[in-house]
Design a protein around this ligand. Structure first.
Ligand SMILES: *Cc1c(COP(=O)(O)O)cnc(C)c1O
Length: 405
């Protein structure tokens, strides 16, 4: 073959399964919170690849960890003991409530492991009647058939034939709706501390604490899905640390790899003991390249200075959004925490988040949506004040364009 195939947007329609509808932008390079496309156009990245690029693009510590491991060893099967995986597991255990770690390659896989473990634990300890999983409307837990069924958007799980059973949905932030469903048949309640895909909806502290108490009362496990909120994004290493509530199982992915695919399920010794040899597994889970990068992410993120910076960045984001809103009146509120924020469109602009997203891209800013009514921001935790201010100037131009259209 001579030379590389020229890639353009039309090639997507030609060769890709049509389950995505990507914008026409073709980014080819990134550094920090700046990204460049094929034509050399520059973008400021307020999206972070949907809360993934936690340290921006090509952070030197991550590039170094990846290159060093790439020269040593890429893959090990799970029949061998694995240095990078155990180093990362030890650091996750030391930094959290957990005693034990299971590695996966994505958020959905980490949740799949969590739900299977919750079922197995209940079966072993309490028998076949305790199999119900309670989750919440609008929740999102991944796209495998089990995780998408536990998720609270039927539109995502319908149309694939019979679903995994014994999954119930309560209303988020409504403790009475949980009380109405929970019983001794409940094996687990699954909850995102901030619903991400559902529209950046934070759980209230009272709600999380109330769910914890209900779980205790009914011997049900509390599973916190921190795939989007984890690894420093909310200004603590994990969002549960804000509430004084300890989960039984926690799942983490997205920011954990800073762009390298990795996921993990964290739990206690007692619960972990029910995932005996042969009960679950993954070929790539614990991949040395992934774990070496994730260790560098964790080392870089898990410091008091970093958590302070996340909260300072949040304040700057909120100030800038408020400044823009004072001029154009497009948002009813800004919600979320740390570097996971949602600007909620007011009645006049309801349903038009994609218009803001597209206008932002036209003006050199990568933003996100979270449903039709929320413009979402999930930038790098280490985005600079200058990048935030310049990005907000571009976002202001986008808002002006939508308002004047
Ligand atoms: C993104 C996300 C997932 C799914 O993660 P994948 O890596 O896409 O499988 C699960 N739960 C939450 C809360 C998420 O935001």
């Amino acid at each position: 073959m001579t030379g590389q195939l020229q890639v353009n947007r039309a090639l997507f329609d030609e060769v890709m399964v049509p389950n995505y509808a990507p914008a026409g932008i073709i980014p080819v390079q990134g550094k920090g919170s700046r990204v460049w496309d094929q034509q050399g156009r520059e973008y400021i990245d307020f999206a972070g690849g949907i809360a993934v690029s936690s340290l921006g693009h090509c952070h030197p510590a991550l590039v170094n960890a990846l290159k060093q491991q790439a020269d040593k060893l890429w893959h090990l099967s799970n029949v061998m003991t694995n240095e990078p995986a155990l180093r990362l597991a030890k650091k996750l255990v030391d930094a959290t409530f957990a005693d034990k770690v299971y590695f996966a390659n994505s958020g959905a896989e980490a949740n799949e492991a969590a739900f299977k473990l919750a079922r197995r634990y209940a079966l072993d300890k309490f028998g076949t009647d305790k199999d119900q999983i309670i989750s919440f409307s609008k929740s999102f837990h991944g796209r495998t058939f089990f995780t998408v069924t536990v998720g609270g958007q039927a539109a995502y799980s319908d149309g694939f034939g019979p679903k995994p059973g014994a999954v119930l949905h309560a209303e988020f932030n409504n403790l009475d709706s949980v009380k109405a469903l929970i019983s001794d048949k409940t094996c687990a309640v699954v909850l995102e501390p901030i619903q991400g895909e559902g529209g950046i909806i934070p759980a209230t502290a009272d709600f999380i604490r109330g769910v914890r108490e209900l779980c205790n009362k009914h011997n049900a496990l509390l599973v916190l899905d921190e795939v989007q909120t984890g690894v420093g994004r909310t200004g603590k290493l994990y969002a549960y640390m804000h509430y004084g509530v300890t989960p039984d199982i926690l799942t983490t992915a997205k920011s954990l790899g800073g762009g390298f695919p990795v996921g993990a399920m964290l739990t206690t010794n007692e619960i972990a003991s029910h995932l005996k040899v042969g009960t679950h597994g993954s070929t790539y889970g614990g991949n040395p390249l992934a774990c070496a990068v994730a260790e560098a992410v964790l080392d870089t993120v898990n410091t008091a200075d970093m958590m302070r910076q996340v909260l300072e960045n949040e304040q700057l984001f909120r100030d800038e959004l408020q400044r823009i809103n004072a001029k154009y009146q497009v948002f009813s509120e800004v919600r979320g925490q740390g570097m996971l924020l949602g600007a909620v469109l007011n009645d006049k602009f309801k349903g038009r988040s994609r218009d803001f997203f597209l206008a932002a891209a036209e003006h050199g800013l990568m933003a996100l949506v979270a449903g039709a009514d929320v413009v979402r921001f999930a930038p790098s935790l280490v985005i600079t004040g200058d990048d935030i201010r310049q990005g907000m100037q571009r976002f202001e131009q986008a808002v002006q364009q939508v308002v004047n259209a």
